[in-house]
Design a protein around this ligand. Sequence first.
Ligand code: MG
Length: 460
Amino acid sequence: MSEDRLMVSVSGVRGMIGGTLTPRVACDFGCAFAKLLGAGKTVVLGRDTRPSGPMVRNAVTSGLLSGGVNVVDLGVVTTPGVALMTRLLAADGGVIITASHNPPAYNGIKFLQPSGTGLTAATAAHLKQIWSDGPYDLVGVDELGEATVNRDTHDEHVSAVCNVTDVATIADQRFRVVVDSINGAGCAVTPMLMDSLGVDLVHLNGLPDGRFAHEPEPIQPNLTSLCQAVRDNQAHVGFAQDPDADRLVVVDEQGNFIGEEYTLALAAAFVLRSRKGKLATNLATSRMIDDLAAAAGVEVVRAPTGEANVVEAMQREGCIFGGEGNGGVIDPRVVPVRDSLAGMAMILQYLAETGKPLSELAAAIPAYVMLKTKLPCPAAAAATVAARAREMFANEGGARFNTDDGLRVDLPGGWVSVRASNTEPIMRIMAEAQDRDAAEALVRRVRKIADEVIGKDARA
Ligand code: MG
């Protein structure tokens, strides 16, 4: 994100401090959420470690209180922690102040349903309408909301994870684990979990001051110090969280970054050892999970991109597990959102139960090459490209189509997808196959259609 534009989307509000994310905007969204819920309701509110957190929290809280909504301040907590407490305290909604993996200059406000899941698209659109239309429903002095504090989130989160984990089997192994918490919301709770699991923790960037020691997105170029620390400490595994600790990526015992897609695949492989049931993920996630599911005789439900869509699919289809290929693991028994703590416990239990090193567990999962490309295009062009690509692939043996979000074509040897971005005039073409040549060939076939369609549009 390089420019400062206030983004108001299904996933909430995001903008730059000193720019578009002003105290007024934050307060107005507090007022709007209060109007959506109604006076007398209660929300829980947490924030990550960003230096702007107290400012945004105070503004949002003012708006909520002025609309007659009670606010339970959870303090600095993870995104899955807020989701968990929304449900545990039977609140009417939740608010998370975080900009996830974006740089420190940004912050954001995310709104949750009572279940802990993000708002549905329809409710998010309603909230945006209330916010932009005004006026808000401000209450009189007798009806103002009450502000209270609750500091139980970390304890409750560790308990919820340990309740579904074989703690003794993990503790027996006396694992040494390196975790990079990137000075974020995971800094306090992660050592508590590792302590409960009997793990010898080497904690990198564990000071929760929001001054991120490296680029905060948990992707390979940003994790060289973690890989080195795994080697230096002869650790069994390395984990990296993002600043709100919902995403998790894994480094093997040799200090190799094994790819963010592997977090979900390894966790799925672990889950399917002992439990059989449907899994869910989004349309952009690797088909490694399909191979694991096929071997176990279970189905994978594919949802449109966006965490809320995956969670909705999990609830609708009764899935036992789900997540996203960007390092998002969802165990609905803990909390119905991506949770790095649940993910770490699963992978440690997988290591403990099998007695195998992580590199071997990862190598046992059939590998693919995924390519992601994007090209500028008029908004309507992606639908035309998708329709024509569908015609092109219709005659190929074994082709399966998903049109919930653009087009994804699954073929025996790989898949290719095309969709319009929700936020920019861009078309994304992705493909995955057993080798790079095959993946490139899939991209090329759709790209050829795109060039024809966009060329035509440009001439029109
Ligand atoms: Mg995040």
